[in-house]
Design a binder for this molecule. Structure first.
Ligand code: BG6
Length: 504
């Protein structure tokens, strides 16, 4: 990871977005490109081509994208002067994903753009489409010489970006990887996990490895337990169809949570290069103790939200959402305990929980240290609170440290908090994850993208849980009301071990 963003130069290229009429293009991708342009981070020679099935003119596409930027950009209002030049770099290409003729036309069009815009034959193909299209699109791109073999073509490059899910279990993840590497080298594949583009997630390595005060206590001698929470107030919204095929373990745990876990638990890399960092992350995943079949129900808790209240407003249960089976057994909540079998972490439980329709949107990592021996301060040791370091990923991004203090004029001890907040310290809003990630791909840096072995190792760990759940349908779904912190079993999981989830 190059921590100094200004040294990273996006190279001249054309970005082709497959699925350009979809939600992601309007909400994230084009607003990100616009903001990169605003900050002078887009390459001087650049064009973006939207590839989709609906007929549309360049002008229609540009107008729709203006509306999208107006609605979803982090910087508003749209700078009219900048938009005038930016929109000239946007084009639309209509084609089916499987038709050769469409790729032939695309190839000719991209060559024409190269001479017009000076984009040097470099290509990024962003596959913002259902994963079932990935193999077809990659095959067609290869057949039509739109992606170049890395070992024989040296004067220009081609890369693809894919969005999760990367498979739906261990076998399908391996299959997807095989389909991709028939045509691509691993160095050309950029698997987006947008959590890695978040500033607060990138800061994890800086926090850990540039501050000896933290790194020297970052182990089982000093840490009692680590809790990672990804809480969302929102339900599944209009994504019923997708969600019925996915569920929380696939949607958040396998990717975003595993990324957070590996960054917290990894050993220092030998350098900040992409492979050095990813090698260490894979070692963590490989050290996670597989959960034996007979303990799955004990240490992995699943939940589904029922009706309830969010911010005082009544909301539907999962089974009443649009496009959801009224008897669905899909989980919208997961809490689990993992153990990492290595010298640093043996005996430190990692507790993970992720849920929809929880009382708050909050993603955080809480590191609870062991208690000080209590004999010096009157009363039981349990009255002295442990130190807790909380890394708030979002919202209210920051880091806080709880420690004990003498209450003035009294002989009692009370926990107090030191708090660092990005917003008040650095002022400006951090860039959106997609800005950073698209820019990194155009610069050829894949540090903040998931490597094949990271994806496959985490599927290997989680697939037995999915299989077990499929074989043993839950008896009491829905088992938590919207607006609560999940099913009671999630609380009991920690209580049994004399702990509790941190109050957020
Ligand atoms: C996506 C999931 O990957 O991440 C969504 O598919 C989830 O279900 C979203 O809501 C959360 O992202 P963020 O950036 O809001 O934490």
């Amino acid at each position: 990871m190059d921590v100094n963003r200004s040294t990273k130069i996006a190279e001249s290229c054309i970005l082709v977005i497959f699925g350009a009429t979809g939600d992601l293009t309007a909400r994230k991708l084009v607003p990100a490109l616009y903001n990169l342009a605003r900050e002078g981070l887009l390459p001087a020679h650049f064009a973006c081509v939207g590839f989709a099935r609906r007929p549309k003119s360049n002008e229609d596409f540009r107008n729709e994208m203006l509306e999208a930027v107006n609605n979803f950009s982090r910087s508003k209002p749209v700078d009219q002067q900048l938009w005038k030049t930016f929109k000239e770099q946007l084009y639309y290409h209509q084609s089916e994903f499987h038709e050769d003729e469409g790729y032939e036309r695309l190839n000719a069009f991209l060559h024409q753009l190269d001479s017009q815009m000076g984009t040097k034959g470099n290509r990024v193909f962003y596959l913002s489409v259902q994963p079932s299209y990935f193999p077809t699109i990659v095959e067609k791109l290869s057949q039509h010489h739109l992606i170049y073999p890395v070992d024989s073509v040296k004067d220009k490059w081609s890369r693809i970006i894919i969005e999760k899910p990367f498979g739906r279990d261990f076998e399908s993840a391996k299959q997807l990887q095989q389909d991709l590497i028939k045509h691509l080298d691993e160095s050309q594949i950029y698997r987006i996990d947008h959590y890695l583009g978040k500033e607060t997630v990138q800061n994890l390595l800086v926090l850990r490895f540039s501050n000896p005060i933290f790194e020297s206590v970052w182990n089982n001698r000093h840490i009692d337990n680590i809790q990672i929470t990804v809480g969302e107030e929102i339900g599944i919204g209009t994504r019923g169809r997708f969600w019925e095929e996915a569920g929380m373990l696939r949607d958040i745990v396998q990717n975003h949570m595993m990324q957070l876990l590996t960054l917290v638990a990894m050993e220092p890399p030998t350098n900040l290069g992409a492979n050095a960092i990813r090698d260490e992350k894979v070692k963590v995943l490989e050290s996670i103790r597989p959960i034996p079949l007979h303990s799955i129900d004990e240490v992995v808790i699943r939940g589904q939200y029922g009706p309830g209240f969010i911010n005082g407003e009544p909301v539907k249960g999962y089974r009443q959402e649009e496009n959801v089976n009224p008897e669905s057994n899909i989980e919208t909540f997961v809490a689990m305990q993992l153990s990492i079998d290595n010298w640093r972490w043996v005996d430190v439980p990692f507790y993970l929980r992720a849920g929809k329709r929880l009382p708050k949107r909050a993603t955080e990592i809480a590191i609870t240290f062991k208690r000080a021996p209590g004999y010096l301060f009157e009363g039981a040791a349990s009255q002295i609170d442990p130190n807790v370091l909380v890394i708030r990923i979002q919202p209210d991004e920051g880091v806080s440290l709880k420690f004990n203090c003498k209450v003035p004029a009294l002989d009692t001890v009370q926990p107090v908090k030191m708090d660092f907040r990005y917003g008040s310290y650095f002022g400006s809003a951090p860039p959106e994850a997609y800005e950073r990630l698209i820019c990194d791909c155009m610069a050829g840096d894949n540090t903040l993208f998931a490597r094949d072995d990271e994806v496959i190792t985490s599927w290997k760990l989680l697939t037995p849980i999915l299989e077990h759940w499929e074989a043993t349908p839950p008896k009491e779904f829905p088992n938590y009301a919207s607006g609560t912190w999940g099913p009671e079993e999630a609380e009991s999981l920690l209580q049994r071990q004399g702990r509790h989830w941190r109050l957020i």
